[in-house]
Design a protein around this ligand. Structure first.
Ligand code: NAD
Ligand code: MLT
Length: 531
């Protein structure tokens, strides 16, 4: 019978998303719509999956109570309510559902732009007071005006398309997207200062980060084109709220349309409440039937896919592999984890660096997940089951271990091979390996040819190349009832140093290893267990 997982939906989610989870056959759903903090802390230990929108905060306090949690999905884009580093530390995958609400949020920005241009909410409020203030609500035309769009990701691009349709002149800024990738938008790509100085409207579509917080603030108000109108459907705090109020009062800013706030809901003393030219909406960007449906479906599909197959779509702390890539990389993934384990057991000192060189077909893929698998194998030797693919990079960094890979491209049809070189600062250890019809296989150790599977019970011996080694080894193991499954030898030069690899059927008794180490022809002997 398939394993059953328990998933808590702590905030509101469209019914179709709930249905996808329920029909998956592997998930028992607890849909609560709204979850009180105390209750969440009490029950969260029971769940393998958690779905939240923005109301439920997933921080260390919650994670400390999570005994079984594998995955948190934010039904939406912004993950400001999730402590991602703490989730990684705990080994919990974090995903979001970023695509479903882009169009609706872009439309909300455009709606606020129209509202600012024509003062529609103010005129509506005046009419409801039974007034007819025609001259008071004179507006501005959009055609021919300049709009600055800061952040050209999913939503920013949708906004640009609509502004161009309105025949506006569009300035854009996004330092993290290569200019060539934005050329098709046919807008003027520029910098923040130019946008502040030239725009009649400015709209922001970035996350709230150190580089975007206070993008308009009290110090740069004077840089704005007088009469500018500001729109924020991204995150509160990108424009400093006090500065906007100051700008509206002084007339530098003609109006601000804000869907998001530094604190939500804002405190009663928010200065913008008092200003007629501030048009405020309660975080409605994604609040359309269409967006909620799309986000719920995207969220539920990701949850089912992850719990079924381990593929994390839109993961924010876990390598994202599509199923096609997974088919090719799965045996390499397993191989790297086993090599990590082997290296950690084969070397004497604490490993400091692991360099992986990839060759052949393999180099056509994103191979970062293999480095994570290597880290997991390596750390599991010391840390046990606490390590998983999410927290392995965190733990590796904490311990000062660097794991890096590089692809060597070749024009010929070279077979896929990887070479791993590990160092503990004193000793180096090197393995070459490949994946063949029988799975992951080691094809060389320390520049010597060897062929064996990195699994089961292994005795790895560095010895002097002298007669009697094999005979004595066989006798010693046999006298302790240890059966040899396979044995391989390789040496650098006659009479020089040799490597002996012995695969045994069961665990090696400790006294056998000690006896071996005492032999004068044994330079080093290690018992390695790979699961
Ligand atoms: P996205 O990741 O697709 O795009 C964000 C873009 O901002 C990226 O291209 C990034 O390169 C750019 N960026 C980051 N720092 C920047 C900087 N300093 N200057 C210029 N550009 C910068 O995200 P998205 O889906 O377009 O969402 C954008 C924002 O809208 C997010 O903050 C999201 O949380 C918010 N959002 C709000 C609502 C709402 O209801 N109001 C709905 C959806 C999304
Ligand atoms: C988001 O980040 O997706 C938005 O803030 C929309 C929301 O969840 O309300």
């Amino acid at each position: 019978m398939a394993e059953k997982f328990k998933v808590l939906i702590a905030d509101n989610l469209d019914a179709e998303g709930v249905e996808i989870l329920e029909n998956s056959g592997i998930i028992e759903v607890d849909y609560r719509k709204k979850t009180d903090r105390e209750e969440l802390l009490k029950i969260i230990g029971n769940y393998h999956g958690l779905i939240v929108r923005s109301a439920t905060k997933v921080n260390k306090e919650v994670l400390d109570k999570c005994e079984n949690l594998k995955v948190v999905i934010r039904a939406g884009v912004g993950v400001d309510n999730i402590d991602i580093p703490a989730c990684s530390q705990k080994g919990v995958v974090v995903m979001n559902a970023p695509a479903g609400n882009s169009v609706s949020t872009a439309e909300q920005a455009i709606a606020l732009m129209f509202a600012l241009a024509r003062k529609t909410p103010q005129a509506n409020a005046s009419m409801k007071e039974k007034k007819w203030e025609k001259s008071k609500f004179n507006g501005t035309q959009l055609t021919g005006k300049t709009i600055g769009v800061i952040g050209l990701g999913r939503i920013g691009k949708e906004v640009v398309k609509r502004c161009k349709g309105l025949q506006m002149h569009v300035l854009g800024f996004d330092p993290y997207i290569p200019k060539e990738a934005l050329e098709y938008l046919q807008i003027e790509l520029t910098d923040v200062d130019t946008i502040l100085a030239k725009s009649d409207f400015i709209t922001v579509h970035t996350p709230l980060t150190e580089t975007t917080a206070g993008l308009v603030n009290s110090k740069n108000l004077s840089k704005l084109k007088p009469g500018v109108r500001l729109i924020n459907c991204a995150r509160g705090g990108i424009y400093d709220e006090a500065a906007i109020a100051e700008g509206i009062k002084s007339g530098v800013i003609a109006g601000a349309g804000l869907d998001v706030f530094t604190e939500e809901p804002p405190k009663a003393d928010l200065p913008l409440y008092e200003l007629e030219d501030a048009i405020l909406t309660p975080h409605l960007g994604a609040s359309t039937d269409e967006a909620q449906l799309e986000v719920a479906k995207e969220t539920a599909d990701s949850m089912v896919e992850y719990l079924k197959s381990g593929v994390a779509r839109n993961s924010l702390n876990f390598p994202t592999l599509d199923p096609g890539q997974m088919d090719v990389l799965a045996p390499w993934f397993e191989l790297c984890e086993k090599l990590g384990s082997l290296i950690a057991q084969a070397m004497k000192g604490a490993i400091q660096t692991v360099q992986i060189e990839y060759r052949g077909e393999l180099t056509n893929y994103n191979l970062n997940p293999l480095e994570i698998a290597m880290a997991k194998g390596l750390l599991t030797v010391a840390m046990g089951d606490e390590v998983n693919l999410v927290n392995a990079p965190v733990y590796a960094k904490d311990r000062g271990i660097t794991i890096a890979g590089n692809s060597i491209k070749s024009t010929s049809n070279e077979a896929s091979v990887l070479k791993v070189s590990a160092s503990d600062g004193k000793e180096n250890f090197q393995i070459r390996a490949t994946v063949n019809f029988s799975g992951g296989t080691i094809i060389g150790v320390n520049n010597l040819p060897m062929e064996f599977k990195p699994s089961g019970h292994i005795l790895l011996i560095k010895n002097k190349d002298v007669p009697k080694v094999v005979g004595e080894l066989g006798t010693l193991l046999g006298s302790h009832g240890v059966n040899i499954a396979s044995l391989q030898l390789a040496r650098d030069t006659r009479g020089g140093a040799a490597l002996t690899f012995i695969e045994i059927d069961d665990e090696l008794p400790g006294e056998v290893l000690e006896t071996l180490k005492a032999k004068e022809y044994i330079l080093e002997a290690r018992y390695i267990r790979i699961r």
